[in-house]
Ligand binder design. Structure first.
Ligand SMILES: Nc1ncnc2c1ncn2[C@@H]1O[C@H](COP(=O)(O)OP(=O)(O)O)[C@@H](O)[C@H]1O
Ligand SMILES: [Mg+2]
Length: 150
């Protein structure tokens, strides 16, 4: 784990598309790191949900992705950048219940279309951008400073 005065904690995780056998490992590692450093439990729950949903979207829809965790005294930030098909219509993707999950994914219990809406709901700040044919990026921020809550 990298720590420095200026950048806080910075940790990088690689996620492989289609690798359902390892799916969930990155978000579990993140949860463990947050528990270890004593982040407020309500924030751990919200951040773990967001990390899991973002990780699963890379596993289900992208070729590969990198999740970067950054924690400073003020904020917990998750950045996800993937290489994949991207998202044609972000407004549609953000709607509850919208999913392009395959029948196979649905049989595994995925594809409720609640992932992106849940990330947004749990985060204090959420950004999504995508270039069709290239990939998708998410920025998910949680305020750690009590006075700066949403
Ligand atoms: N990283 C991604 N790359 C490409 N498409 C994505 C990605 N994340 C989400 N999507 C698209 O947005 C839709 C909605 O995502 P989400 O709300 O997580 O629901 P679900 O994962 O259940 O389909 C997905 O079905 C997919 O079409
Ligand atoms: Mg999803």
């Amino acid at each position: 784990m990298k720590m420095s005065e200026e950048n806080g904690l910075l940790q990088r995780f690689e996620i492989t598309g289609g690798d359902f056998g390892n799916a969930g490992k990155t978000s579990t590692s993140i949860k463990e790191i947050l528990q270890e450093i004593g982040i407020d439990s309500s924030i751990i729950i919200r951040a773990s949900i967001a990390a899991y949903e973002a990780e699963m979207n890379v596993v289900m829809y992208a070729r590969r992705g990198v999740l970067t965790l950054n924690i400073t005294p003020e904020k917990l930030h998750l950045k996800l950048e993937d290489e994949g098909p991207g998202i044609e219509n972000l407004d549609m993707a953000m709607q509850e219940g919208f999913s392009t999950a395959t029948d196979e994914m649905r049989e595994m219990g995925f594809g409720a279309g609640m992932g992106l809406p849940n990330i947004k709901r749990n985060a204090d700040k959420f950004d999504i951008s995508s270039i069709p044919g290239k990939g998708t990026s998410l920025g998910i921020t949680f305020c750690l400073n009590q006075t700066e809550k949403k």
